[in-house]
Write a protein that binds this ligand. Structure first.
Ligand SMILES: C[S@@+](CC[C@H](N)C(=O)[O-])C[C@H]1O[C@@H](n2cnc3c(N)ncnc32)[C@H](O)[C@@H]1O
Length: 237
């Protein structure tokens, strides 16, 4: 694992493409920052004045169009926030079983307050999904992945809880490697300084490596407009 070092018994995140040494944080510190950031954002997250988070809305149609390509019943939204994707999907088809999971209790509280019948809302960590093996037909994850200090654990966990044949549809940031290096050594540490929990954006090569190591088959992996990362990966068995 290229990104793991141990200092004083704590795991320190030092990804080759991640934050610079001057800004190294422990896994716990990144996750605390994330919770702090999204506790503040929760009440306005789905409003028209959500600031930087409004860009997330641009990904929802892409995720919906990928989802429509195959039948499914049990869907997990990893890092669902207040559940904007779940609301859209529920509006179209309330008969499916939707589960939203997020690290920030306040985001889940706002999602749950929508009172969408049959939807499960779970406070939890995408790096250690609290579900039985083979629980979901499809897992979506949008604009959450760059907050994960241990990305391999996320992919391993996804592989475990997906059913054979099930898909992971993931949207996040990426860029050509030199730009990625700059982002991860300037933008991300600055975001940390203003109380945001960003860890690192990953290259397409890294994503492929994580999927291969987890045993997920990459079916689509590309960089789209506005530095968007599109991934569709499948659990074969
Ligand atoms: C920018 S929001 C995206 C919300 C939603 N997926 C969307 O596209 O609008 C990122 C969310 O990821 C969540 N998150 C970050 N790290 C997480 C982790 N390790 N496990 C679960 N959720 C996490 C944050 O709490 C936050 O709600």
């Amino acid at each position: 694992m290229p990104y793991r070092t141990v200092v004083s018994g704590a795991k320190i995140i030092a990804p080759k493409t991640g934050n610079g040494l001057w800004s190294m944080k422990t896994e716990k510190q990144y996750k605390e920052l994330t919770i702090k950031e999204f506790t503040k954002a929760a009440d306005k997250y789905e409003s028209d004045h959500a600031g930087i988070y409004e860009i997330c809305k641009e990904d929802y149609p892409y995720i919906s169009s990928e989802l429509e390509k195959e039948e499914y019943h049990d869907l997990l939204d990893c890092g669902c926030g207040t559940g904007p994707m779940i609301s859209l999907l529920y509006e179209k088809d309330p008969s499916k079983h939707y589960t939203g999971l997020d690290l920030t209790p306040k985001m889940i509280e706002v999602g749950r307050s929508k009172n969408l019948s049959g939807v499960d809302w779970v406070v939890g960590d995408c790096e250690n999904l609290p579900f039985e093996e083979n629980s979901f037909d499809v897992i979506i994850c949008s604009n959450s992945f760059h907050h994960y200090p241990n990305p391999q654990r996320f992919f391993d966990s996804v592989k475990r809880v997906l059913r054979p044949g099930g898909r992971l549809i993931l949207q996040d940031y990426t860029a050509p490697k030199p730009i990625l290096w700059l982002m991860n050594h300037t933008e991300m540490p600055m975001a940390n300084m203003i109380g945001h929990g960003d860890v690192a954006a990953r290259s397409l090569d890294e994503i492929k490596t994580f999927c291969d190591a987890a045993g997920l088959k990459v079916e689509k992996l590309n960089r789209a407009k506005k530095m968007r990362l599109h991934l569709v990966a499948r659990k074969i068995q």
